[in-house]
Design a protein around this ligand. Structure first.
Ligand code: NAD
Ligand code: UFG
Length: 339
């Protein structure tokens, strides 16, 4: 089946393209390469033996996007990854984030509707829950006001899709709310490409272990958690990619119970920053130079997923052990350093 993957040369998109191809799908990637490189196609081809079709288009360009969809009306589904995703940057550049993330979504939806492409899987985030009052969060946990313009684009995007699906009964959507995606493909042929100084824990940690950064700062050890550092639900990127394949299958087979559904995609397990560092050291034998510093502004204390719905309805569950995920992240870091 032909599937359109927007943002398919990005971190999560590229891993999903691999899993889609390995499940027998034909993939067309559309990406403007704002935060990825064309070489990612070599990595995908190296793993699967098939080079996915690729078109360089900015999805905020409405005529170009509608033209793209008109040429691919035989596609049966779209996975919409394309977005800007840096939380901190979104605070300083709110208009750029709203413009990019919302216009590209609306153009994609218009392209789908105009060409009879019925199925959408959308990349949402646990950021829509903010600091939830009750943990773990289920899909019925109320969304909190977003902490950043980026987070707000996810809340607004979910609502735009919901409102469209209410009137377009022939269209179907699934929003996957990712928790903290980490790791890389075990082949080390694809992974995350951090630009500049990483903001996220794992790329900062692996760059510190590799000697590129001097020291990892642990942002706070005075939270109300067992060791004082914040708790997150770290989900392996290949497990996450597989969740998209099962979501696509659910839509293509018409097994969805409503024409717009939401699923938490995490492990169901909370790990602290200090536990991640210890697991990395166990998995790789490499010591991490770190120090505890003050809290990072805007960080929430703890969030992790109740994954019962995804387990029962999608028949999906996270499988990769955290040590394996961290070993893969390390292998990818070493490959990046050797390039
Ligand atoms: P990424 O930056 O690696 O990939 C996104 C891709 O979209 C990039 O290749 C970029 O070039 C492309 N893109 C952005 N704007 C575009 C536009 N206007 N037209 C065409 N292409 C465009 O990010 P990722 O980590 O792979 O994230 C994928 C999706 O998952 C995003 O929607 C992100 O918000 C969401 N998400 C990510 C995380 C995370 O921690 N990585 C967590 C929750 C949700
Ligand atoms: N952390 C450190 N040191 C660092 C980087 C991070 O201690 O150098 C800590 C943070 O304080 C946090 C944890 O590691 O406790 C995870 O931080 P990340 O930046 O890796 O991830 P976040 O949970 O802050 O953010 C992620 C995604 C966002 C998404 C958010 C939803 O990056 O896109 O989850 O909760 F919006």
């Amino acid at each position: 089946m032909k599937i359109i993957v927007t943002g398919g040369t990005g971190y999560i998109g590229s891993h999903t393209v691999v899993e889609l191809q390995q499940d027998g799908h034909e993939v067309v990637i559309v990406d403007n390469l704002a935060n990825s490189t064309i070489n990612v196609l070599d990595g995908i081809q190296g793993i699967t033996g098939t080079r996915p079709a690729f078109e360089k288009i900015d999805l905020t360009d409405r005529p170009a996007t509608l033209d793209f969809f008109a040429r691919h009306k035989d596609a049966r589904a779209v996975i919409h990854f394309a977005a800007l995703k840096a939380v901190g940057e979104s605070v300083s550049k709110p208009l750029e984030y709203y413009y990019n993330n919302l216009n590209s979504l609306m153009n994609v939806l218009a392209g789908m509707r105009g060409n009879g492409i019925p199925n959408l899987v959308f990349s949402s985030s646990c950021t829509v829950y903010g600091q939830a009052d009750v943990l773990p969060v289920t899909e019925r946990t109320p969304r909190h006001e977003a902490e950043s313009p980026y987070g707000n684009t996810k809340v607004m995007s979910e609502d735009i899709i919901r409102d469209l699906m209410r009137v377009e009964k022939s269209m179907n959507g699934i929003a996957l709310r990712y928790f903290n995606p980490i790791g890389a493909h075990p082949s080390a042929l694809i992974g995350e490409l951090p630009v500049g100084v990483p903001n996220n824990l794992i790329p900062y940690l692996t760059q510190t272990a590799a000697g590129i950064r001097e020291q990892l700062s642990v942002f706070g050890d005075d939270y109300d958690t067992p060791d004082g550092s914040p708790l997150r639900d770290y989900i392996d990127v290949v497990d996450l990619a597989k969740a998209h394949v099962v979501a696509i299958r659910r839509l293509l087979e018409g097994k969805n119970k409503a024409n717009y559904e939401y699923f938490n995609i995490g492990t169901g397990r909370a790990l602290s920053v200090l536990e991640i560092i210890a697991a990395f050291e166990r998995a790789t034998g490499v010591k991490v130079n770190y120090k505890i510093v003050g809290r990072r502004a805007g960080d929430i204390e703890k969030v992790w997923a109740d994954t019962t719905l995804a387990n029962n309805e999608l028949g999906w569950r996270a499988e990769v052990p955290i040590e394996q995920t961290l070993a893969n992240a390390w292998k990818w870091q070493q490959r990046l350093a050797s390039k």
